[in-house]
Design a protein around this ligand. Sequence first.
Ligand SMILES: [Fe+2]
Ligand SMILES: [Fe+2]
Length: 324
Amino acid sequence: MEAQPVLVETDVDTDGQANFDRIIAQDSRIEPRDWMPAAYRKTLLRQISQHAHSEIIGMQPEANWISRAPSLKRKAILMAKVQDEAGHGLYLYSAAETLGQSRDQMMADLIAGKARYSSIFNYPARSWADMGAIGWLVDGAAICNQVPLCRASYGPYGRAMVRVCKEESFHQRQGFEILLELSQGTPEQKQMAQDAVNRWYAPSLMMFGPPDDDSPNSRQSMAWNIKRFSNDELRSRFVGMMVEQVRVLGLTLPDSEIRFNADTKMWEHSELDWQEFKEVLAGRGPCNAQRLERRRDAHDDGAWVREAAAAYAERQAVATESAA
Ligand SMILES: [Fe+2]
Ligand SMILES: [Fe+2]
C-alpha cells in the first residue's frame, strides 16, 4: 500500500526549469503535470501535509465539547464546524497526493509522531467559552494566513484554499457570536469569555510562525509565489483586525503594548514567548501526547471501515469488468 514520494527531479530539466520560471514570473499556476524543481515540490508537500494534519488534529479540542454544548442549536453548529475541519483535511491530503505522496504514508507519519501540525492544537479547551475563543482567534488567524494562499502558485493548493476560506469565515463568526453572547450574559459568563480570550490570544499569534528574522524558508516561499506576505506582516494584520473586533465584544486583548506604528504601517505588540512555541513544537506542550494517542486510536478504530471500503471497491471493479 505504501507509495513512496516522487522526489526524483534531482537533475535540472532545462526546458522544464525555463517553463517553471516563466509560469512563476507570470504569476500563473503550476499544475501537477508540470515539471517543478525538487525543492519546490518538497516545500509544498511539507506545507500542505502539515496543513492537512492541523485540520485533522484540530478537530479534537472542539469535538470534545460537542456533547457538552449548552443547547441543541450549539451542538448542531459545533458538529457542522468540526465536520468542516475533517473536510479541509481531506481536500488538503488530496492536494498533497498530487505531489506524489500517498495519504496512507502521510497518516503513518502523523501517527508515528514524525509529522508536524500547528502547535495551537496542543493547548487544552477548558470551558465552553473556549469554543468561542477558538472560532474567533484560531479560525480568525487561519483566515489571515489562508486568504493569500488562495493565490498560491500551486494550482491544487490554491483551489482547495478557496473553499476552505469560505468555511473558515463561518467558523470565525460562530466563535465571535459565542463570545458576544457570553460577554452580554452574567458577570461570570463575561469573565469566562475573557479568560478564554486571555488563554488563546498569544498561541493564536504564534500560528503565523516565528518572527521573520528567524524564518529562513519564508523568502524562498515568497519568491515561488507560495507565500505572499511574511509571518510578521500577517501577524500584524491579524492584531489590527482583533483590536477592532474585541471592542464590539466588550472584552479586551491581554496585551497593553498593542499600538499602530504610523511609520511602518504595522501593528506592534508585546514580544511572544518563542521558547514556549519551540517547546510545544518539539512535542512538550500540554496536550501533544493526548492528541496523538487519540488520533492513533481513531485510526485503529477506523481500520474496518477502510478494509470494507477497499473490499467493496474491488467487488465493484470485478462486476464492472465482467459486465464489460
Ligand atoms: Fe479548517
Ligand atoms: Fe475552521
